[in-house]
Design a binder for this molecule. Structure first.
Ligand code: HMG
Ligand code: MG
Length: 299
């Protein structure tokens, strides 16, 4: 018998992970409509944007405007920030949920944030403490938790150690990521089962990129390990510009469809979700390639 929850929480990352890796700058007004439509579809937790350097990631240059116009009540509106400067920018908004991000792999962290993993942790520890004092919800996105595009296989022990350091720093949630979509279901099960065993008071979320089309299999394996929170991206958009070979996240519509067929509630309406995808689709440099989209489009 499969071990399955009745309900799964989807954390929609399309407006952030999806938009950051687009070749074209998607107009800010389109991003705002995308976010509104995603909410109308039933999304309750969402990464809206990211306070990073516009020189490094020009697609996120409108973060302040998105954060100013896209907050909504009764939903968790998450913005990303990798460093003190990013957090100070968050303080000038009304956002109350922040995601910091760091790579287990030092080589990746250097490429992504221009700092060693240790230096990122050193900078972020007091920042997390301060955010918690100010009553922010804090999530830590742990990149290259399985494989790194520069270092190859990452050991479970190293990933678990970094996760523990963030839990001890006081985060509310760990989002543990297969950045380049290379984990296999047995690896996903093994890591998430250990995370579940070790961290009882921290929300645990899995973030799969679907590079090798193993996202759904990895989600099923993670469900077996007791995980019931998944980062997914409408249209399967996404990828980190500093992780060569990373493609989009597992598509929200594919995950919602699979879970619905399994009798698991997500609260997301598939028709309205596809309306959200339709808002951004004409502005993208890539084709939408999710299974559910192909089914609808008779591709
Ligand atoms: P740096 O060049 O080392 O930064 O970049 P610096 O501190 O030397 O500052 C250089 C300039 O950047 C200065 O401006 C700073 O003010 C500015 P200048 O004086 O030259 O005009 N700066 C900033 N501006 C805006 N926001 C900031 C900020 N910090 C400094 N927060 C930095 C360091 C972290 C900024 C850079 O490396 C960067 O922006 N990296 C972002 C990388 C990124 O966005 N990656 C994608 C998100 S992570 C991801 O996708 C993975 C995830 O999905 C999970 C998974 O799948 O693995 C979460
Ligand atoms: Mg990602």
């Amino acid at each position: 018998m499969l071990n399955l929850p009745n309900k799964v929480t989807i954390i929609e990352v399309g407006p952030r992970d999806g938009m950051q890796n687009e070749k074209n700058f998607v107009p800010t007004e389109i991003k705002k409509r995308f976010i509104t439509k995603l909410r109308n579809a039933g999304v309750k937790e969402m990464e809206l944007t990211s306070f990073v350097s516009p020189k490094w990631v020009p697609q996120m240059a409108d973060a302040a405007e998105i954060a100013a116009d896209c907050l909504a009540e009764h939903t968790r509106n998450i913005v990303l920030a990798p460093n003190r400067k990013g957090i100070d920018r968050v303080y000038s908004t009304h956002c109350n949920a922040v995601a910091v991000f760091v790579g287990v792999s030092n080589s990746f962290n250097l490429k992504n944030i221009n700092k060693t993993t240790r230096d990122s942790l050193k900078e972020l520890r007091p920042v997390i403490h301060e955010l918690k004092e100010k009553n922010y919800f804090v999530r830590a996105c742990i990149s290259t938790a399985f494989y790194c595009p520069y270092e190859g296989k990452i050991s479970e022990a190293e990933t678990l150690k970094l996760c523990r350091e963030f839990v001890e720093a006081g985060v509310d949630e760990l989002s543990v990521a297969d950045t380049i979509g290379m984990a296999a279901p047995n690896e996903a099960y093994s890591l998430f089962a250990k995370l579940k065993e070790q961290f009882h008071h921290t929300l645990l979320t899995a973030h799969f990129h679907d590079t090798r089309r193993l996202g759904l299999a990895n989600i099923l394996a993670s469900l077996q390990a007791g995980i019931d929170r998944f980062d997914t991206s409408a249209g399967g958009l996404g990828g980190c510009p500093f992780a060569p070979g990373a493609s989009g996240n597992t598509a929200t519509e594919d995950v919602v469809y699979m879970l619905r067929r399994m009798g698991i509630e997500t609260g997301i309406d598939l028709d309205q979700l596809m309306e959200a995808v339709e808002v951004v689709r004409p502005h993208l440099s890539r084709q939408i390639d999710s299974g559910y989209y192909r089914l609808l489009a008779h591709v």
